[in-house]
Design a binder for this molecule. Structure first.
Ligand SMILES: O=C[C@H](O)[C@@H](O)CC(=O)C(=O)O
Ligand SMILES: [Zn+2]
Length: 279
């Protein structure tokens, strides 16, 4: 099959650092007392957040979705990166502790977010893709997760991967989502690196010790660029882009994907030398 030439591959290689950030980084994703939503054309991804500090925050419907309810034609994955809170979906209340998750299926009408305490607010991270059918809304508690150990201390890429929303747990239309905890003493994520033309991916970095950040590698494997990412920032990875990072410390990140398959192992490996060369 011929792959139709995508000029964004070349443009990404020569963008100024500021342009590169404008195109691919969500700088102020989490905002106190607000629901924030961002639309990315690729795979029609919506990346957002909800940080309730007072009364419950409703999930609004941006005009661009031309829908009555956010979930009319979409599915939504949510992971709580903050303090204890609650999500209500059409009257059903889900208690959301730190790192508890929720899948909201197509057809849900009213979604709202609340924190138990404004002093330690919940920080809900949101990722959504179009859905062709309705799968039931379900919660995934942190205690249900089966951690997978990846990497080694010697290679400074020792990390614990949690698959939260994936076909092995329950079916979804497109969404695959989880989080990875890079262990103290390690700094590398997604090593060896990869691309996956079948899916685009979003990383949201969190859990840095004070002042930590990550140098994130981005772009076509032959033209890798770097982006500095801090606590609570997200980066958009097109299907042809690598997505790997080297932290100044340990850290964690939520990863999530949408596209035409949900096979986590479907990856095209990229030679780590290409990343080291771009450092
Ligand atoms: O397509 C899969 C994603 O890039 C991540 O799940 C990889 C990751 O968390 C890691 O290796 O650290
Ligand atoms: Zn990936």
């Amino acid at each position: 099959m011929k792959l139709q030439h995508n000029p964004l591959v070349r443009l990404t290689a020569t963008m100024t650092p500021a342009e590169l950030r404008r195109c691919y980084v969500l700088e102020n994703l989490f905002q106190s007392g607000r629901v924030v939503l961002n639309y990315w054309e690729t795979d029609r991804t919506v990346v957002g957040s909800a940080v309730p500090t007072g009364r419950a925050l409703p999930l609004h419907v941006p005009d661009e979705l031309r829908a009555q309810h956010f979930n009319d034609r979409r599915e939504l994955g949510i992971i709580n990166l903050g303090g204890p809170g609650r999500i209500t979906v059409d009257g059903r209340r889900f208690t959301m502790g730190h790192l508890d998750s929720l899948y909201v299926g197509r057809g849900a009408k009213r979604v709202s977010f609340a924190s138990r305490s404004a002093k330690v607010p919940a920080r809900f991270y949101l990722l959504s893709y179009p859905a062709h059918t309705a799968y039931p809304t379900r919660q995934i508690k942190r205690t249900e997760l089966a951690p997978r150990v990846l990497g080694t201390d010697e290679q400074q890429n020792h990390r614990i991967l949690h698959q939260v929303i994936h076909a092995g747990r329950f079916p979804t239309c497109q969404l695959v989502m989880g989080f990875t905890v890079v262990q103290p003493g390690s700094k590398w994520n997604t090593m060896p690196p990869h691309t996956h033309l079948r899916r685009s991916e979003v990383y949201c970095y969190y859990g840095f010790p004070r002042g930590g950040d990550v140098k994130h590698f981005h772009g076509h494997p032959s033209r890798i660029r770097t982006l500095r990412l801090k606590e609570g920032q997200a980066v958009l990875s097109p299907p042809w882009s690598v997505h790997s990072g080297e932290g100044s410390t340990h850290y964690s990140f939520v990863w999530g994907m949408g596209g035409e398959n949900q096979d986590y192992a479907d990856m095209d490996p990229v030679d780590p030398k290409l990343i080291y060369r771009a450092r």
